[in-house]
Design a protein around this ligand. Structure first.
Ligand code: ANZ
Ligand code: ZN
Length: 826
């Protein structure tokens, strides 16, 4: 008997579907539910090796979890709206929907061919009206809570795709989708006020089990700064200015350095610049600099490596409120209009960017923080000193520690302390066809009369809930209108609607939603994907959510993963969800590189590995197993085409050994192989649990090597044990061996993970993780058969543990034998 995947794989895929073993009930008596999720794919039409690398090992983990006795939900669907479908449709003269559905059909087949345990009965497709009806409903939740509004924003505009892009979708100044350089335009757009949630999005990161790197990136993205707002009076060449243009307000994180502020800088697009025009003596130079800045994206403007540039506003002076000195005012593109107040007090001695700028334009540099007080002879700086110290050159504040001086100086000049976030509101309007229409209508009559659903937005009405979904109109021409208006504006019939406020003729909103809105809640829908009365029923949400384990690419650290958290919090606040974090645990797969160690890229076809061809040549089980074996899952690495045949040989040996072992009766002597098997069961299980799939596969291989040497020492019960721990990796082959060779009636995938025979592991040591209040704090080597009492005594005596206990007595001490200790304090 040989390993012949082509004969068995499709056979078992069919049988599993007929037997519906992957359809998951919401409740199974005696089993705990576990929600395991992979990031749903975009229906590009081809499952590439990167998908396999995400989905394959994730499926191994889910299968292992199921064998631990959990009722594991592992759903899948398609993130089906978006620009690529629309662009492909325009190129090929197809409807985006048709292109999308053809691709989905192909990808379903490809996903099935992987031997995954997805519960297809719960599939979601975000472009289906039965789904986007609820996306629109979510928009209305935002609208009713005052979290959705139309706002004039300076937006990233892609001149090729003719649409607005979120900051996150601009990579190095270019459109993420098509690579065209993005322009800045001021446009009215729909935004979600995610900034209202900045503080909670930040602080709740401490409560979730996510990779530390990812949390750090979200923290930086949210970018909390504590500082002060300080007002500077301004004057022109003859007098102090009055009214609106009488002062510049600056946001600073270092009010302690105010005495060292030797000039001010306004963002070139700060509205005050225009207002000061009459007093600015070099207006043509100023105007041309403003023009130049418009062509740069914010990201470009913030790049540290760029040479500083700027223009002085000749004729304008500001007065430093700390010492009443007159200082010059400049505009420069390193100051952004959209952050803080769009104006800074420049302290070149203590801020690197200001330092470079002052050097270049010969502006005074005045030291006011001294690091080695009481020695106050400060050397001439060759770079800014950004640290803390004691104040010098600061009048009555001299000698004060700089930290203490922050509030003191701010209040001395009448400033106010202020917390500032870097996070911006989320612009969700897209001027494109293939997205969920924003379910709003605008009535001119009501707008004139000042009527509307929201006081600050006269004329605007949400489409009544019972009229949802607002279905996308049929069009033959999906190109944007060129005037920036969405192609939906071409559907004249569709556009007309009765005003919900006054019954006059009104118009529908023609923008569609950013596809990140669709994916911000899809994980909720899987719990109850066919519900027509709600996005999901409360009972089903309760039985599945939040997601217990989420697996997907690290490239989503700030977009999808932040937006989903925002949505969950809003729905929680409105009483629709009991939890307020969507993903309890998160893991990222590493990046699978080409053979040459470079990124796989369509532009270099030789670098791209086609999983379809690999499956035909080696079988899906071999591909799954090889991807698991290649290296540490969370690190990724280069694809090595040589290794896969080793896995095929391994599966072939397992096939032969199993077939040969059939007749043997139990041999109960405690030989070495039995001991090795017990150890292998324990190791493979704990390795999978920690996403160390590669070492789990090695352990399986070590056992098979030993088995081959002493086939007589492996009896039927050993074979059954081994086959089951191989099941998550090679589900098709295992099923063939389990049912056809060993002769079991029911699926191997409905059996439990074998219990390692602990009596064989007497003197075996295992590494046990010690968690205190849910966080890993220590590890300890223990005998695998140690009693709970012994473990408790040993663990509580450890210095590190004592440190974390800080004198407290644990409320609970939980020991999962051979794996983990959990200490609960409160
Ligand atoms: C004076 C100062 C002195 C500053 C000093 C720093 C060091 P974060 O931490 O990122 O919030 N700033 C304020 N608004 C800005 C804008 N719109 N564009 C560019 N820079 C801006 O940074 C806050 C600091 O960045 C602020 O504190 C301000 O410079 C600058 F020794 O004010 B600081
Ligand atoms: Zn009206």
């Amino acid at each position: 008997m040989r390993y012949s995947p082509s004969e068995i794989e499709s056979k078992w895929q069919k049988r599993w579907e007929e037997e519906r073993i992957h359809e998951i009930a919401d409740h199974v008596p005696g089993k705990e539910n576990f929600y395991h999720l992979v990031m749903f794919p975009y229906p590009s039409g081809d499952l590439h090796i990167g998908h396999w690398y995400n989905f394959g090992p994730a499926d191994i983990w889910a299968r292992w979890k199921r064998m631990q006795g959990f009722n594991v939900l592992s759903p899948i669907g398609f993130d089906a709206f978006g620009l690529p479908a629309e662009n492909a449709a325009i190129q090929r003269k197809l409807h985006p929907r048709d292109w999308t559905m053809v691709n989905i059909t192909r990808m379903r087949e490809q996903l099935r061919a992987m031997g995954t345990i997805y519960d297809w009965s719960r599939e979601v497709i975000t472009s289906d009206p039965s789904y986007y009806r609820w996306t629109q409903w979510m928009f209305e939740v935002m609208w009713k809570s005052g979290l959705a509004e139309r706002k004039k924003v300076v937006a990233n505009w892609c001149p090729k795709d003719k649409t607005v892009l979120a900051n996150e979708q601009v990579i190095d100044g270019a459109c993420e989708r098509c690579g065209t350089i993005v322009e800045q335009r001021e446009i009215e757009q729909w935004v979600f006020r995610i900034t209202d949630y900045a503080e909670r999005l930040l602080s709740d990161l401490d409560r979730i089990d996510w990779p530390e790197r990812t949390k750090t990136m979200q923290r930086n993205w949210i970018g909390k700064s504590e500082g002060a707002l300080i007002k500077f009076e301004i004057r022109n060449s003859t007098r102090l200015l009055e009214g609106q243009e009488s002062e510049i307000e600056a946001f600073t994180t270092r009010p302690d350095t105010l005495f060292g502020a030797t000039y001010m800088v306004l963002a070139p697009d700060h509205p005050l610049v225009e207002k000061l025009k009459a007093s600015i003596e070099n207006w043509p130079a100023v105007e041309s600099y403003i023009q130049k800045t418009r062509q740069k994206s914010e990201l470009e403007r913030q790049e540290d490596v760029r040479e500083k540039s700027g223009v002085e506003l000749v004729g304008i002076r500001a007065i430093n409120p700390a010492n009443n000195e007159e200082i010059p005012v400049w505009i420069a593109d390193y100051v952004l209009a959209s952050y803080g107040t769009g104006a800074i007090m420049a302290v070149p001695a203590h801020d690197e960017r200001d330092f470079e700028f002052a050097k270049k334009f010969n502006l005074p540099i005045k030291i006011v923080v001294c690091p080695h007080y009481p020695d106050t002879t400060c050397p001439i700086l060759d770079e800014a000193y950004e640290g803390v110290g004691h104040l010098v050159g600061s009048g009555a504040f001299d000698g004060m520690p700089s930290e203490e001086a922050k509030e003191k100086i701010a209040s001395f000049v009448g400033g106010t302390m202020k917390v500032q976030y870097r996070l911006r509101d989320w612009i969700i309007s897209r001027q494109r066809y293939w997205g969920a229409p924003i379910p709003m209508a605008f009535c001119k009559t009501c707008a004139k009369a000042g009527r509307g659903e929201r006081e600050n937005m006269p004329g605007w009405f949400a489409v009544p809930e019972k009229e949802l979904p607002v279905v996308l109109p049929e069009l033959d021409d999906f190109l944007p209108q060129g005037d920036g208006r969405s192609p939906l504006a071409k559907a004249k019939e569709w556009l007309r609607v009765k005003c919900p406020g006054c019954d006059a003729d009104a118009e529908r909103e023609t923008d569609t939603m950013d596809t990140f809105v669709d994916s911000s809640w899809y994980y909720l829908r899987y719990a109850d994907s066919k519900n027509t009365d709600a996005f999901a029923g409360a009972a089903k949400l309760k039985s599945w959510l939040p997601v217990d384990m989420y697996i997907g690419g690290a490239e989503h650290t700030v977009l999808h993963l932040l937006y989903s958290r925002f949505f969950t919090k809003v729905l929680h606040d409105k009483g629709y969800l009991e939890f307020d974090e969507p993903f309890q645990s998160l893991r990222h797969q590493g990046i699978l590189l080409g053979e040459d160690g470079q990124k796989m890229s369509k532009s270099r076809p030789e670098s791209v590995v086609d999983p379809g061809a690999l499956v035909r040549a080696y079988g899906a089980d071999a591909v799954r197993m090889y991807l698991a074996f290649m290296g540490p899952y969370e690190q990724g690495g280069p694809w090595n085409p040589g290794g896969i045949s080793g896995v095929t040989r391994f599966l072939d040996r397992v096939t032969k050994l199993t077939a040969g072992a059939g007749e043997k009766k139990t041999s109960s002597d405690q030989n070495n192989l039995k001991r090795l098997l017990a150890r292998t069961v324990a190791k493979v299980g704990s390795d999978i649990s920690e996403f160390h799939f590669n070492t789990a596969v090695s352990a399986l291989m070590i056992f098979v090597n030993a088995w081959e040497k002493e086939p007589d020492h492996v009896d039927e019960s050993d074979v059954r044990t081994f086959i089951r721990i191989l099941a998550p990796f090679a589900p098709h082959l295992v099923e063939e061996l389990w049912r056809e060779v060993i002769g079991e009636e029911t699926s191997a995938h409905q059996t439990d993970w074998p219990k390692p025979d602990v009596s064989l592991l007497h003197d075996e040591l295992v590494t046990v993780i010690i968690q205190i209040e849910g966080k890993v704090r220590d590890r300890v080597e223990l005998r695998i058969d140690a009693s709970k009492e012994d473990v408790e005594k040993l663990v509580l005596e450890r210095p590190k543990v004592q440190e974390w206990l800080a004198g407290k007595t644990p409320k609970q001490f939980i020991y999962v034998p051979g794996r983990i200790v959990n200490i609960v304090l409160s």
